[in-house]
Write a protein that binds this ligand. Structure first.
Ligand code: URP
Ligand code: ZN
Ligand code: ZN
Length: 455
């Protein structure tokens, strides 16, 4: 299929310019003002007045995540459609093995599970224990195109690692030149606080937040920065939520340590006042780390502006009310997480670009280009350039919407951004040169592909 997109304003992380784009066989084949085309054109789109962004890359989603409260409510089919409608064309999810299962077996099964994804996809693989085979399994994952790993300092007893095992993962991945991504919260200290609150009869969602104070996130960040320095391993701290953590990350970056940071739209736009109220209203905000203070939001925006934070991922992990209600009398049983994959671009555009917190080029950088660079997908993904995959978003800057469970695509009866007004939305979305969203509707049974990544 040959497609010509004319007159669009192309926005890359480094520049903005008006030009035509010629797509053939899923790739960007020409960009320019008077293209010399000899091929037959199957479709021409006039993009005058619209922006053209590289397809969004969400570096942090959990589709169909197994938990004691059941699977997160979007599988790869529903979650990837929600992603596409919002302009995200590539998803980085996780491989979380069962205890005793090898990383490689878990990876094979997870790739199978993601087969119905409409977005291209890859995974961060999580060592959840250290065995005599883990080193070899990590190296096999790298050979299979998985170059990033994920460790949890929280969720002890489930997926969390102790300090000795964290150091082993960092050492082996560092030696191979890979990247370790980390959920930074001190699990043991949190568990003590959780149990204390419940023993005192403090069982509401508010105590989920109070048992996970920002200081325990910051202390975890400091600890992993020190471990990574010792192991000479590059690290990427997921879902950074607090100003205390940002200070530590900035200091490490200034000392030239390879430390990168991600935040999420909910930490930029929602705050801890959401935990005041009845269970039915507060439970949907039970996610980890919890929502912080308004001053943390300001620090996070500043850290995006000055490059301390490189990416904004959603940590998309929705659960239905029936699942969240399992923790009605004990917040420790509430599955952690919320959705957001379909709103990431429109929220960042509306509350970032239009409110002059970030430039259009920064918007592209944090929502696409940086994730491609950090996770070994660049310039195949995250860029509008000759030879890159034709993953593109033709963005109508005038489309106005109100986010609601009534119109979202995610398979979830809860919505943490309910009532948020957005301006700007995709008019067309392309993955690998195929139109997958047209005028706000998914119109294709398109298929996503597993992406092997480079070190
Ligand atoms: O609350 C969250 N974030 N749930 C998903 C798992 C994780 O910690 O990222
Ligand atoms: Zn996490
Ligand atoms: Zn997560």
């Amino acid at each position: 299929m040959n497609i010509l997109i004319q007159n669009g304003t192309i926005v890359r992380s480094d520049k903005t310019f008006i030009a035509d784009i010629f797509i053939s066989d899923g790739k960007i084949m020409q960009i320019g003002n008077s293209l010399n085309l000899h091929e037959k054109i199957d479709k021409t789109i006039d993009a005058k007045g619209f922006y053209i962004f590289p397809g969004g890359i969400d570096p942090h989603v959990h589709m169909y995540l197994p938990t004691p409260a059941g699977y997160s409510s979007d599988d790869f089919e529903t979650g990837s459609k929600a992603a596409l409608i919002g302009g995200t064309t590539t998803l980085l999810d996780f491989v979380t093995p069962r205890k005793g299962q090898s990383l490689t077996e878990a990876l094979t099964l997870r790739i199978e599970e993601a087969r119905n994804s409409h977005c291209d996809y890859s995974f961060h693989v999580s060592p959840i224990e250290w065995t005599q085979n883990t080193e070899q399994e990590i190296n096999e994952c790298i050979k299979a195109g998985i170059t990033s790993f994920k460790v949890y300092m929280a969720y002890k007893g489930a997926v969390g690692l102790d300090d000795t095992d964290l150091k082993k993962v960092l050492k082996i991945v560092g030696k191979a030149g890979g990247l370790v991504t980390i959920h930074c919260e001190l699990g043991d200290e949190i568990d003590i606080l959780r149990d204390q609150f419940v023993a005192e009869g403090k069982t509401e969602p508010l105590y989920h937040a109070l048992s996970r104070p920002a200081i325990l996130e910051a202390q975890a960040v400091q600890r992993i920065v020190d471990f990574a320095k010792e192991a000479n391993c590059a690290i990427y701290i997921v879902h950074v939520s607090s100003k205390e953590s940002l200070k530590i990350i900035e200091r490490a970056q200034k000392s030239r340590q390879k430390v990168q940071a991600e935040t999420c739209p909910h930490y930029l736009l929602l705050d801890d006042s959401k935990y005041n109220g009845a269970f039915i209203d507060t439970v949907k905000y039970v996610l980890s780390p919890p929502l912080r203070k308004k001053e943390d939001q300001e620090s996070l925006w500043k850290s995006i502006q000055n490059g301390v934070v490189s990416t904004v991922g959603t940590d998309h992990c929705p659960f239905n009310m029936s699942q969240k209600s399992i923790g009605k009398n004990d917040f420790r049983k509430i599955p952690n997480g919320a959705g957001g994959v379909e709103h990431r671009l429109s929220l960042l555009y509306t509350y970032g670009v239009l409110e002059n917190r970030i430039t259009l080029n920064q918007f592209v950088d944090i929502s696409s280009t940086q994730a491609a660079k950090i996770f070994g997908l660049y310039p195949q993904k995250g860029e509008i350039a000759f030879g890159s995959d034709a993953d593109l978003v033709i963005w109508n800057p005038k489309t106005e919407k109100t986010i609601s469970i009534k119109n979202h695509l995610s398979n979830c009866d809860l919505e943490i951004y309910e009532g948020f007004k957005t301006t700007g939305a995709p008019e067309f979305v392309f993955t690998n040169g195929e139109i997958v969203v047209e005028k706000g509707k998914t119109n294709s049974e398109s298929k996503g592909f597993f992406l092997k990544r480079n070190l």
